[in-house]
Design a protein around this ligand. Sequence first.
Ligand code: HEC
Length: 712
Amino acid sequence: MSVRFIALLLVAVIGCRSSHRDSAGRASRPRGWLDSARFATAEREADQWLSAGRTPYEQYYSPLDRINVRNVNRLGLAWEYTARSARGRVQHGMQATAIVVDGVMYVSGPWSVVYALDAATGRELWRLDPKVDGSYPRRGCCGVSSRGVQVWRGKVMVATVDGYLIALDASTGKEAWRADTFIDRAADYTITGAPHIAGSVVVVGNSGADFGVRGYVSAYDVETGAFAWRFFTVPGDPKKGFEHPEMELAAKTWDPHSSWESGLGGTVWGGMTYDPALDLLYIGTGNSSPYPIWFRSPNGGDNLFLASIIAIRARTGRMAWYYQTVPGEIWDYTVTSNLVLADLELGGTTRKVLMTAPKNGFFYLLDRATGKLLSAEKYVRVNWASRVDTATGRPVVTGEAWYQKEPKLIFPSSFGGHNWMPMSFSPRTQLAYIPTIERGMIFSSDSSFKFKRHHIYQGIRDGASEAVATRLTRGDTSLLHTHEFLQAWDPIAGKARWKVPLVGEFNGGVLSTGGNLVVQGQADGHLVIRRADDGRVLKDIEVGTGIMAAPMTYALGDEQYVAVMAGYGGGLGSRFHPGNAAYRHENYPRILAFRLGGGPVPLPPARVEPEIPAPPPVESSPETVTRGAQLFGRFCNYCHGAGNGMISAYPDLTRLTAAVHQQFRAIVLGGALVSAGMANFSDVLSDSDADAIHRYLISEQRRAYEARGRSR
Ligand code: HEC
């Protein structure tokens, strides 16, 4: 080999590592190079997918039309990447939408692991595991999923479930800087949301309202990671002063004797969008903890800024405007669904709008410069409010929904009419495609409510006695079941153009394209492509893995790809429902990319039903078993629980082997499995508590074991 050849090879290798030549052969730019100027014209770069929703408008729409209604029946697998975690047996869901910049795909998965892949082949370029603390799954409601990364000026930004905002070098995956975003590491904060770029800062929110934390977002300089500003979404105890002027305004809407110690929630775990032209960052806030206002702010009040959309000036961190969707919120009606920007023709003029379909069942159109409400129409069955008064911007709350004195059947449920799964807006059809959930829920006030740290204490019960449930539903308990559909919503007319039922629960987010297509992954493991204008199914690909994330699309040269993160799990998916793909197949995170003329998708291996090992010969009093069942319900059920025909993603604790029975105390009180996500419970459970839970589980195992013997 000549010296010259080696030198050339070196140049080629180094060149490949750090820069990219685009398909037209124009000058190369460093890997992951996206800045304000480029992002502002993202609309013109149809081949790229530059942020979660592709452009600053975050519409989950691409103008690409090489795959379209005429040829989509030829869509098949281009490549697959398995993101199965080695950290434990439980595989958490994929919830992110990937970003593709200049031929490289960046995405985050469970345990906040970040992947950089060659978008043409799926080959791994680098992978960064931030090795998050294994005790965090217990602090969150909803598993260790991650809703994505943001790429900016050669860095990939991720927020880890244990609260760090990390910037990675887009070429190598090496850490450039990290910031600790938690103000109180003893409180149950977690992060599942994606960071969002707003001008020269990167902004990150958090989760944890159901565990009693105080919501806020923090901003850091994109280049250095230096702290820039923090915006709290609910006030702290006024006696301690206000961190910023907006808190003084907000505190006037709370009882001075509010339960300040419970943090009061308002966390920003989803929706964030930034309009560079207006320099406004839009954030959507969550529910409170506890849910009932009679427990947290006994004299009432609007309780700002719960369930609100807030516009913040990215440069200063000061509020420009706010709009509260649910004053005095008590139903977990968060505004954590995606916030989509569009320029719509309304009454003869083009208005810069923000639209969102939050949990509360109304589809909102706001003027995004001023926050003025333009319209709010019901996109799903709603009974807590009859309408929203556009003059005052306030909902007209009905008597049907106040559950302080007696249980009430309320629509939508606390899962919402639409949850975090992104909706898509197509400027081509002028329709918003909403993954919609229709379901009622019986809210009962939990009179025994008392705030305790490290407990899920929402202050409500989901359900009521059978007699009350029968009365409220008039015997039709199907009202309490989930009915899902995909609907095409006309935001200007305020009504649905088409609506199709879906099977399964918690179906995925949506992509729409210039090829007149709407693409959605389903809980039953099918990727379904419909005509955007009438909803007709054009292609149905079984992938065998439940899908929650919204798909995306990009092009390399002449080839257009559609890619989706598959893998079911998270708050809405740690239990697998009949019909869900995980009922039949092993559920683990995968990234699937499709192209015209691609091949079939290999189905994952069949799921194996655990055997029922013989239980240890232990006798327990009925009182102990009952106490154990109650403790299980409070501390273990939200992960290990199943029933009602569902199976849990977590080990079935009524099927333990003799070895695990022996290890029970070491696992539950000694933290033997912490790194796999099974936390240590010694701070909330005594020896005798753990023993009671164990005895309850043994009695359940015995019952199942004996039933098996009888049926043979
Ligand atoms: C935040 C979710 C979460 C909660 C809550 C939780 N666990 Fe776990 N648990 C896990 C995970 C994850 C595993 C599997 C760890 C692994 O892969 O080894 C596990 C495993 C176990 C195992 C071992 C099972 C086996 O077959 O090896 C036992 C025993 C157990 N948990 C008991 C409990 C008890 C008792 C409670 C309530 C006090 C509880 N867990 C609450 C997440 C949870």
